[in-house]
Every structure is written in C-alpha cells, then in structure tokens.
Ligand binder design. Structure first.
Ligand code: DX5
Ligand code: ZN
Length: 225
C-alpha cells in the first residue's frame, strides 16, 4: 500500500509560537506543510502571502504545499515559488486558462496542483491530467479552518482516483477540510494519499498526540483488493 502523507495546515497553528509548533509537527511525522493563501476575493477571508512563506521556508526543510485560494493566481505564482513553495496549487474556478497556469508553475520548477471546490465536478480536470502533479479535492468550502467535512467528497475522491489510474501518471490525490480521526480512514479508502489537517493537528491536545491519533486511524484502513 502506498504511504499516506499528512500535511498539517499551518493556518490552524498558533502564529505567536509558529516555529515551535512546526518543529513539533515535524518531529511527530508531518510529511509536508500545507500553506493556505487567501485573498479576501476568491474566498471571504485573508490569510498570509509570500513573506510568511519565506519565513517558514527558513525554519523547515519539509516540502511546502501552497494552496492558493486567490483570484488571478498567474500574477503571483512566481512570487510564491521564489518564497520557497515546492508545490503550488491553484483553483480550477480561479483560472480562465488553467492549462497555461499549470505549465507556468511547472516552468518555475514547482509541482503543479489543481484544486476543486465542493460544487465543482471532478470531470472538469480531465484535460489537465496529463500535466498536473497533484489534484486537491476540497472537502469544505474554502476560506476557513475548522469546518465540517462534506460527506459527498468521498465519491469525488473515488472518481478522481479512477481518473488518475486511467491517466497512468503519478499524481498525488489530496483532500483538504475537516479531516480528523472520524473520517481519515474513509478518505484514504476512497483514494486520497495526502491528508491536509489543521484543527485536528494544532487544536486538539498536543500536536504529537494529535498526529499519532491521525496516523493510527489511517493505518487501520482496509487494504485495497
Ligand atoms: C480551508 C483550507 C484548509 C483548512 C483546513 O479553506 O484550505 O486547508 O486550513 O483546516 P481544517 O483541517 O481545520 O478544516
Ligand atoms: Zn488548504
């Protein structure tokens, strides 16, 4: 079975103790750090941008998985790459010329991801499957941490997993929003191989215990036949 990656979402961390919290998450087995960039336009919330990512780059060697919830991401992908992003994910709904944006990210030497909102069909991604490195299925409406997982996301993960198999390429399948011990096993069984988790890592007891609980719940999954 492939190794399932856990990407703690830094949005839920305590920013007054960020380096300490990231170190704890890293020691507890975080595989990537997930960085949520919000512009107050594509989503109704504002978070952080390249300067904060540059600071995080300076304190960790883990891959930085950057989720751009912004309009016109083409204007900024270079800044995020320069800040140290390893993977840059844009929203299908925010890109008029999605293929061009994906190619631009790859030209910058980053992995290119495409995210879709809960109301966007997986089939909208078929034409970029030959180029993307990561597909992100949003399991909440983007904009805020701490929301509840939308159950219909399981079906979308399964559809995306089928499309990835048909494409015959190595593409990460990430799920983001409301992931905790109650649904981690289910999303993995549906096909996810990267789990983003904010609240359930940074806001439920110690980071080490929270990571351990998540990892244990994932490892209880039923092997694929
Ligand atoms: C939501 C963000 C998520 C969020 C996840 O717009 O894309 O990454 O931080 O946080 P939780 O795990 O709390 O839902
Ligand atoms: Zn995210």
């Amino acid at each position: 079975m492939p190794r399932i990656l856990i990407a703690p979402s830094v949005l839920a961390a305590d920013f007054s103790r960020l380096s300490e919290q990231l170190r704890q998450a890293e020691e507890a087995g975080a595989d990537w750090f997930h960085l949520d960039v919000m512009d107050g336009r594509f989503v109704p919330n504002i978070s952080f941008g390249p300067p904060v990512i540059e600071s995080i780059r300076a304190i960790t060697k883990l891959p930085l998985d950057t989720h751009l919830m912004i309009k016109e991401p083409d204007r900024y992908v270079k800044d995020f790459r320069n800040a140290g992003a390893d993977c840059i994910t844009v929203h299908q709904e925010a890109c008029r010329h999605l293929h061009r944006t994906v190619m631009r990210i790859k030209e910058l030497g980053a992995r290119a991801g495409v995210a879709i909102n809960p109301a966007t069909p997986v089939a909208t991604l078929t034409e970029v499957l030959g180029d993307v490195d990561l597909i992100l299925i949003m399991s909440v409406n983007p904009g805020f941490g701490g929301q509840s997982f939308i159950p219909g996301s399981l079906q979308k993960l399964a559809e995306a997993r089928t499309l990835i198999a048909e494409a015959g390429r190595s593409i990460s399948l990430e799920v983001d929003g409301g992931i905790d011990v109650s649904n981690a096993q289910g999303v993995v069984e549906a096909g996810a191989d990267v789990l983003v988790a904010g609240t359930s890592v940074f806001r439920q007891g110690t980071i080490a215990e929270a990571m351990q609980r998540l990892r244990t719940s994932i490892e209880q999954r039923t092997p694929a036949s």
